[in-house]
Design a binder for this molecule. Structure first.
Ligand code: 3PG
Length: 221
């Protein structure tokens, strides 16, 4: 699908929820979706990225969006226009991709939801800026160069704003959030797979609460 008329970029994902940390979740069983989202919201992390890596993902997005007040549920690992449509229909409020193409970007723009296309190289950043996109996911953050790489981009490309994801945890999140071109980070550290499998929602809420104290500027609030 292509668009003859360039569409304006939608509102930033940053406008949807103020928390500096976006939990990235993998839901194997849709029955876990609502209690998991409740735990994250109660812990202070309302913006939740549900990855499209499991058959339960779309149901999870639907149930979290429909049943958890305060949750701002988005879809992650979105890599096709068909997935863009399916996620929007399921109630996703934002879209995240690990990388991008013009086909994907056009579909994300046309659907009207805020989106974070993924980049890992300078040329990809420049290409997105050329297309009017300033908010990007930096993925896989640690493997692609980490804070040193992002710091190096801040001088020549100050317009670009990043949500680094991949290999980030409580120890290095503050260093990312201290960068001038980072206002939030994504990660799965507050939703350990074994805690989800054990339905240990209070542990997840506690991990979320600790993560919610992080804020851009590298400080705790
Ligand atoms: C992912 O690939 O699942 C996300 O980028 C999260 O990565 P993480 O598990 O390293 O936080």
């Amino acid at each position: 699908m292509t668009s003859a008329v360039p569409l304006p970029p939608p509102a930033s994902v940053l406008d949807l929820a103020p928390a500096a940390v976006v939990p990235v979740v993998v839901v194997e069983d849709a029955a876990d979706a609502v209690p998991l989202a409740r735990a994250l919201v109660a812990g202070g992390l309302p913006a939740i990225e549900v990855t499209l890596r499991t058959p339960a993902a779309l149901d999870a997005i639907r149930e979290m969006s429909g049943s958890v007040p305060g949750a701002v549920v988005g879809a992650g690992t979105v890599i096709s226009p068909e997935q863009v449509t399916a996620c929007a229909r399921a109630g996703a409020r934002f879209l995240v991709s690990p990388g991008w193409t013009d086909v994907l970007l056009t579909a994300m723009r046309a659907c009207g939801l805020p989106f974070l296309p993924g980049v890992s190289t300078t040329s990809e950043v420049v290409a997105l800026l050329e297309r009017g996109v300033r908010d990007m996911k930096f993925f896989p953050a640690q493997a692609a160069g980490g804070t040193g790489y992002l710091r190096s981009l801040a001088g020549p490309l100050p317009q670009a704003r990043f949500c680094p994801t991949g290999g980030i945890g409580p120890d290095n999140a503050p260093e990312y959030l201290a960068l001038p071109n980072v206002r939030r980070v994504g990660g799965s550290w507050m939703v350990p797979a074994e805690a989800v499998a054990a339905r240990d929602w209070s542990r997840i809420e506690g991990l979320a609460r600790a993560a919610s104290r992080l804020s851009a500027g590298g400080t705790c609030r």
